[in-house]
Design a protein around this ligand. Structure first.
Ligand code: SAM
Length: 279
């Protein structure tokens, strides 16, 4: 290990030149494996926009790696100063080291390692909420990230992950949120916790279902709304559908069996929030 590669205290600036530096290996592990993200409670988000969003929303930051281009960029310098003030270790690295960290040939010039934030069932307070979106066993990270981004756009109160879901802190999911991850509360619930919450939910509990008998444009959607979406392959299980007071369907013509999960969520959310959204 060279002098510059020795571990240092947080809040400092460190130059890393070696691909085998332990911090580079740690970040690679966070990118590649859910196990490492879960054990450490950390995750990787690529790009200056996400770094700026994370700082603005006050998320904990462990490392901020800056490539050569970022070191001349005033916005990146501001993000780095902000991160450093919060105790992060600023890493000055080459493009090759960034590529090794992120396992990409064309890496972003800023890569951050942040502390995960996820609520549990008891943290969810429906009073004053607009709409919470509950995703039953969502599998696709791109769908999850797109839904978080759309939830942000319509002013939703949060997204619940019910049962065995894809990791919201996987790089692909984080990337698809385009920074909204840092602005939309996320919660993790078991199926039983969801059913208990739905049973005492003070507003509308609506599930979307291919066998729904109600056109999605007709309910009153009195807030707070709890919107339940089914798994990409299996849809909603019967007991989950039974936890909803209304099952809505989005009309389709043509030969498609169903809509993509993120598209169906977006269409439903815009209808639910229609009266509250103005240009
Ligand atoms: N094969 C699955 C099924 O039988 O339900 C398809 C699931 S679909 C890809 C994923 C989820 O998106 C569904 O569970 C439902 O919540 C929602 N969805 C998709 N198309 C829909 C539609 N036309 N009406 C209502 N919900 C829809």
């Amino acid at each position: 290990m060279s002098q510059t590669d020795k571990p240092q205290r947080a809040g400092a600036v460190k130059q890393i030149t070696s691909h085998s530096n332990p911090i580079v290996k740690e970040i690679k592990g966070l990118v590649a494996q859910r196990k490492h993200r879960t054990q450490s409670g950390l995750f990787v988000a690529e790009g200056l926009k996400l770094a700026t969003d994370a700082m603005a929303a006050g998320w904990g930051v462990r490392y901020l790696a800056l490539g050569p281009e970022a070191r001349d960029n005033p916005v990146a310098q501001k993000a780095a100063a902000n991160a450093k003030a919060r105790g992060a270790l600023i890493l000055e690295v080459s493009t090759a080291v960034l590529a090794a960290m992120t396992r990409k040939d064309n890496p972003q010039t800023v890569v951050g390692v942040y502390e995960q934030q996820i609520l549990s069932a008891q943290d969810i307070d429906p009073s004053g909420a607009t709409v919470w979106i509950a995703l039953d066993r969502v599998r696709d990270p791109g769908n999850l990230g797109t839904i978080i981004r759309t939830a942000d756009a319509v002013g939703a109160s949060g997204v619940m992950l019910v049962g065995d879901c894809t990791d919201p802190f996987a790089v692909e999911a984080v990337r698809a949120t385009m920074g909204s991850l840092f602005h939309v509360p996320l919660a993790k619930l078991t199926k039983d916790q969801f059913k208990a919450l739905a049973g005492k939910w003070p507003g509308t509990v609506v599930g979307t279902h291919l066998k729904g008998s109600v056109d999605y444009r007709t309910p009153d959607y009195s807030e707070p709304v709890l919107l339940l979406m089914g798994n990409e392959q299996q849809g909603l299980e019967d007991d989950m559908a039974a936890a909803c007071s209304t099952l809505t369907r989005i009309p389709q013509v043509g030969e498609a069996d169903s809509l993509n999960l993120a598209v169906a969520t977006g269409i439903s959310l815009y209808e639910i929030r229609r009266k509250h959204l103005e240009l």
